[in-house]
Write a protein that binds this ligand. Structure first.
Ligand code: CP
Ligand code: NVA
Length: 302
């Protein structure tokens, strides 16, 4: 079996994303225990609720033993090098997963690892979230092909992975981002080339949501950007997902958010706590898609 990693969504082909989604909906018992007798390292340089718990439980469901470690305990490049940490841990574990400030750390891990490396969020991307997002939308609609998916806010790690997964599965992405916090043209071109879907970007959020069957957003202040809080709140104030914005999307459009959410900033409480919201299902899908992805990396196929 070829060694596979998930550093970003395009590490999978579109057909493989579909396979992961199929595996994600398979009953837990059907996998046997591919991680039996093996550990999975979960290293976190940043806080987490969903990613830690969903990955720990996915590992347990596949018969393995998760080992949670705080970033400062291993000290990437402070206590020892990323490469030494990886070469040692691969002798203990069947998979190594990390949430890091700098995407280059997971790239360097993958460059020397003999076991799969999973990016549990970096400054660049959040592929586990992207998988849960497309799983949730595929449960809603059956298929993403030719659906329109809007993302309103900062073009960040979550927006990148979501856009990649949607375009690969044939959806039409419409980004609504303030100037200076938007996707560079080269990034739009790269993502457009990933699949049969399309991607377009708008400054006006009410234009971005036109025709959208799902409206996504994320925090305006990602982990590590806390010092920019006041400035970002002002810049993004016109980008709140409100009932009015949702009313401008396609009839029956759902609201999605990777969480944690900040009500009154990127989303109105009436939207995230209302009938259009799918955020709890989306959060629960983090576990199902993590299980599907881990099983895939370990060789399972539908
Ligand atoms: N969505 C997400 O990754 O949540 P956590 O930061 O709680 O893991
Ligand atoms: N963009 C956010 C996502 C949190 C799950 C961050 O990086 O903090």
């Amino acid at each position: 079996m070829n060694l596979r990693h998930l550093l970003e969504i395009p590490d999978l082909t579109a057909a493989e994303i579909q396979q992961v989604l199929t595996l994600s909906e398979r009953p837990v018992a059907s996998f046997g225990a591919p991680l039996s007798g093996q550990g999975v390292a979960l290293i976190f340089e940043k806080p987490s609720n969903r990613t830690r718990h969903s990955m720990e439980m996915a590992v347990v469901q596949l018969g393995g033993h998760p080992v949670y470690t705080r970033g400062e305990e291993v000290g990437f490049d402070t206590r020892e090098s990323v490469e030494d940490i990886t070469r040692i841990m691969q002798g203990y574990h069947g998979v190594l997963a990390a949430r890091v400030f700098h995407h280059d750390v997971v790239r360097r891990m993958a460059a020397v690892s003999a076991v799969p490396i999973v990016n549990m969020l970096s400054d660049h991307s959040h592929p586990l979230q992207g998988l849960a997002d497309v799983l949730t939308m595929s449960q809603e609609w059956g298929s993403l092909a030719d659906r329109t998916v809007a993302y309103v806010g900062d073009f960040n790690n979550v927006a990148r992975s979501l856009s990649e997964a949607c375009v690969m599965l044939g959806a039409h992405v419409r980004l609504g981002c303030p100037t200076g916090f938007d996707a560079p043209q080269a990034e739009l071109t790269r993502i457009a080339g990933l699949g049969s879907g399309t991607i377009a970007q708008f400054v006006d959020p009410s234009v971005a949501v036109l025709g959208a069957s799902a409206v996504h957003t994320d925090t305006w202040i990602s982990m590590g950007q806390e010092s920019q809080k006041a400035e970002r709140r002002e810049i993004f104030s016109a980008y709140q997902v409100t009932d009015t914005l949702m009313a401008g999307a396609a009839p029956g459009a759902v609201f999605m958010h990777c969480l944690p959410a900040y009500r009154g900033n990127e989303v109105a409480a009436s939207v995230i706590d209302g009938p259009l919201s799918r955020v709890i299902q989306q959060g629960h899908n983090r576990m199902h898609s993590a299980r599907g992805l881990l099983a895939f990396l370990l060789g399972a196929r539908p």
